[in-house]
Ligand binder design. Structure first.
Ligand code: ACM
Length: 517
């Protein structure tokens, strides 16, 4: 009896806002006393917006059924959804994602100016659902919510380990659940080129090991992401990290033909493109034109990181070309290369994005700089007039705890001294998942639930910093993600069972609980 009383004391009564398990935390929330009962399935009254509003409602119903095991049909509460407008045909950076949610004891209402707001609000509504003393309920609340940053992304490296479409799709669902809005795909690297090119088919034929997305799969994935309010930004990493290009087109190498794709960390030859050859730009123009049509997003990422200058230093023809063109060093040579790429991309209607090594005053300031080597480059980029976003501190592949990523803040230290105008150039951030050691089976586990903590940093007000509260809510997110189809827990269990074989699993579980990050 005593035990039962204790148990009841700790039932999640959610009587105040801080008891709720929302993630990311909304910008304004007012918890009222009471609950909307879901003893019968809700009836939706929907008006305005485009097909994403219909998707949002269907998604709510499907997830409610998944989590609750099904709610009896009948005279359930009315949930009114109203969207004022249709939003952009191609989702744009900075489109309105705000929403208002009002849950009362007899009904609920979700309103937004744009379908993106409805998508974000429906996820909040889903997160509010829980099993109370009287069955499934939604606590009565008034929420006004909008994102702090317009660019809230995740980069997945699909070159080192190819990630099948269904793996990306379930992770897009997870991203939508925590209101992330950009999936950045790292599509080419030394280990493989992962998209079908019809204009340069040698790329996937010779440099993908047969593992690549067909153009139809890309279109399908882009449409899938759009329906969930997520943009897909493609990255083709050049002029370094480009062995896959050179396996297909060895004449463009700065130092001879690569023998094969890079297969592991011990492979030391990581050749670079030759930025002095006209043929290099002819190929990039041809492939980027095709990819620009396939990926409708306004931004196009050209990588630009970790270019090994030794191949340029050792090539006498490149050295004499540099002298002739008065290019003083490798950074200037890469800046020359990037300027030409920027012109190619602008011709195809794109804004160029690159890792922070591309930072150079010669580049047009509509270039977006992704800071990864440290927050200093974020500040330099903003000072120099570039749009910029933060990834330093958000490398999930490094296996740091969620708390370490959670405290990373774009506006801290040096960046606080930026002018208001310079500050607006910091558009957000991206978590990164490099995949040297990440297979499709383990990807979900390497992303979730920690990605929820980064998503909160990018969506919620800067004042939301309570680590204990974050962990409490992350725990619930972790559970709900599995209902959504993510496999971060299931796959870990299966992998442990595989290792244990016929031996008892428990010892292995104890061991890994203590030695795994
Ligand atoms: C990077 O991590 N090389 C961008």
């Amino acid at each position: 009896m005593k035990k039962l009383a204790l148990f009841l004391m700790f039932l999640p009564l959610c009587s105040q806002a801080s008891d709720l398990t929302l993630m990311p935390w909304p910008s304004q929330i007012d918890r009222q006393a009471g609950f909307l009962s879901l003893n019968h399935s809700p009836v939706f009254k929907v008006s305005g917006g485009d097909n994403r509003v219909g998707y949002a409602v269907a998604h709510f119903v499907e997830q409610l059924n998944s989590r609750t095991g099904g709610i009896p049909k009948g005279d359930g509460p009315i949930i009114t959804i109203h969207c004022d407008g249709n939003g952009q045909k191609i989702q744009k950076l900075g489109e309105d994602e705000s929403y208002q949610l009002n849950v009362e004891p007899e009904q609920a209402e979700l309103r937004a100016a744009n379908p993106l707001g409805i998508l974000r609000g429906i996820e909040t509504l889903l997160q509010l659902v829980y099993a109370g003393e009287q069955g499934w309920v939604i606590p009565t609340v008034k929420i006004e919510d909008h994102p702090r940053f317009p660019w809230r992304g995740l980069m997945i490296d699909v070159s080192r380990h190819f990630m099948p479409v269904e793996v990306l799709k379930r992770n897009i669902d997870g991203m939508a659940a925590v209101k992330l809005n950009i999936l950045h795909l790292h599509l080419s690297d030394d280990e493989g080129f992962r998209v079908e090119s019809r204009r340069a088919p040698r790329l996937q034929k010779l440099a993908s090991d047969g593992l690549f997305y067909t153009q139809q799969q890309v279109r399908d994935l882009v449409a899938y992401a759009r329906m969930r309010g997520i943009r897909i930004v493609p990255e083709f990493d050049v002029p370094g990290h480009s062995v896959s290009w050179l396996v297909a087109y060895p004449k463009l190498s700065s130092a001879g033909a690569p023998e094969h794709l890079v297969r592991g960390m011990s492979d030391s030859e990581r050749l670079t493109l030759d930025p002095t050859l006209p043929a290099t730009y002819q190929l990039l123009d041809k492939v980027f034109a095709e990819m620009a049509g396939l990926f409708p997003d306004q931004y196009f990422h050209i990588g630009g990181d970790e270019v090994n200058g030794k191949y340029w230093d050792q090539n006498e023809r490149i050295q004499s070309w540099m002298r002739k063109h008065q290019i003083k060093d490798n950074h200037a040579l890469q800046a020359y290369f990037n300027r030409r790429l920027q012109a190619i991309l602008a011709k195809h209607g794109k804004r160029m994005e690159g890792w922070d090594e591309i930072l150079a005053p010669e580049l047009p300031t509509d270039t977006l700089v992704q800071s990864w080597r440290g927050p200093e480059t974020l500040v330099s980029a903003a000072r120099m007039g570039f749009q910029t976003l933060l990834s330093a501190g958000w490398y999930l592949d490094l296996m740091f705890p969620a708390s370490k990523h959670y405290v990373v803040e774009p506006f801290s230290g040096e960046s606080e001294s930026l002018s208001p105008e310079q500050k607006t150039r910091i558009v957000g951030g991206e978590a990164a998942q490099w995949a040297e050691y990440v297979t499709p089976e383990i990807l979900d586990n390497r992303l979730w639930p920690r990605l929820g903590a980064i998503a909160e940093r990018l969506w919620s007000p800067q004042s939301v910093t309570d680590v204990e509260s974050m962990y409490r809510r992350l725990e619930i997110l972790n559970r709900n993600l599995e209902w959504l189809g993510l496999r971060q827990q299931t796959n870990s269990q299966h992998m442990l069972e595989r290792i244990a074989g016929d031996a008892p699993l428990e010892a292995l579980q104890v061991l890994t609980a203590h030695v795994e990050p």
